[in-house]
Design a protein around this ligand. Structure first.
Ligand code: PBG
Length: 337
């Protein structure tokens, strides 16, 4: 009995042996549903003052802040690897930060100098300029603070000025990452009014108040000064329907594309946004996610390269049109091999 029943009982599997397709490398390649290409990747760069200057970020092993000239070299490397766009984040020197974040709209600020240097040397690469006040303010908040309160409309007014100097300096895409209400409409109107109707807006539409941003705050120098709580404007991580309302609103205000942030812990949000709206959706594999992979790999817990590729394919599988990732250059080069 024992040697006949399995064969008999397994008959029903004849047409359902899913392992058949997984047996060989060629077959697995043929049936793979999701692929990753260099054009899916956006590479974030941290910019610092100086010349031929690079500084380490303790909590982001392998990522460096680069002076403008080195950012130009990095942009050439990105172009050669097939990366379509860079996202720039300035580390503004302390003495230029103040509570009104006035450096945000200085046409000669670090961000603008980086944008124009890269745009003239490497015009083929798209430049995404982050608009938020934490990179310029003395208190590390994305908005202006008065009596402990993060002001909305006053912040939007400063962001509009910031977006305009960035567009004039060569930004192709303005990316507000602050979560103030109404900033997409205000920036769109200001861009159009200044002749920048071709400049896109990539809105950080569903940005959560996340514990995964720690290393980034070290990178741009906003973490140690952070006073107060970002939860009064960034989203509560328990919410999902609210993300759809944010996305709906930003699209109505004129966003060309939207971002979900952080990445891997929020793939359900990426999928819902993709299923509900027909605009390009990007996901940000943030600094804490990067650090988790690097540090687990360094400790010998996971295979680094495998874990990186798996994490990036997961974004695409969830519906993302592209991923902002600190691994972009390395992975683009790897994919192009
Ligand atoms: C703030 C901003 C943050 C990140 C990008 N833009 C941090 C924050 O909201 O405190 C985080 C990105 C990362 O962690 O990689 N404007």
């Amino acid at each position: 009995m024992a040697d006949t029943w399995p064969k008999h009982d397994m008959q029903f599997l004849a047409g359902r042996r899913l392992r058949r397709a997984r047996r060989t490398v060629w077959s697995r390649a043929m049936v793979r549903e999701t692929v990753l290409t260099p054009s899916d990747l956006i590479w974030p760069l941290f910019v610092i003052e100086g010349h031929n200057e690079r500084t380490q970020i303790r909590t982001m092993p392998g990522v460096e802040r680069l002076s403008v000239d080195l950012c130009v070299d990095a942009a050439k490397a990105a172009r050669d690897a097939g990366i379509p766009a860079l996202a720039l984040f300035p580390n503004t020197p302390d003495h230029l930060r103040n509570e009104n974040a006035t450096e945000a709209y200085n046409p000669d600020n670090l961000m603008c100098r980086a944008l124009s240097a890269i745009k003239s040397a490497v015009p083929e690469v798209g430049l995404i300029a982050d608009v938020a006040l934490d990179e310029y303010s003395s208190d590390g908040q994305d908005g202006l603070v008065r009596d402990g309160e993060i002001l909305n409309d006053e912040t939007v007014a400063v962001m509009v000025r910031s977006a305009l100097v960035q567009a004039r300096a060569g930004a192709d895409i303005i990316a507000p990452s602050d979560m103030m209400d109404g900033r997409v409409a205000a920036i769109r109107a200001a861009l159009d009014g200044d002749g920048f109707d071709a400049t896109q807006i990539m809105s950080y539409a569903a940005k959560y108040a996340s514990y995964y941003y720690g290393p980034f705050r070290e990178a741009v120098g906003s973490g140690s000064r952070l006073v107060g709580d970002k939860r009064t404007y960034q989203m509560d991580y328990g919410n999902s329907d609210e993300a759809l309302r944010e996305v709906e609103q930003d699209i109505a205000e004129g966003a060309d594309s939207v971002m979900v942030k952080p990445g891997l812990p929020y793939l359900d949000i990426v999928r819902r946004v993709k299923d509900n709206f027909n605009v390009p959706v990007y996901a940000y594999q943030v600094s804490g996610e990067f650090a988790m992979i690097e540090m687990a790999a360094a400790a010998g817990a996971i295979d680094r390269k495998g874990a990186i590729l798996e994490s990036l394919i997961a974004f695409k599988r969830a519906g993302a049109n592209g991923v902002l990732t600190y691994f972009a250059l390395e992975v683009a080069r790897e994919l192009g091999r």
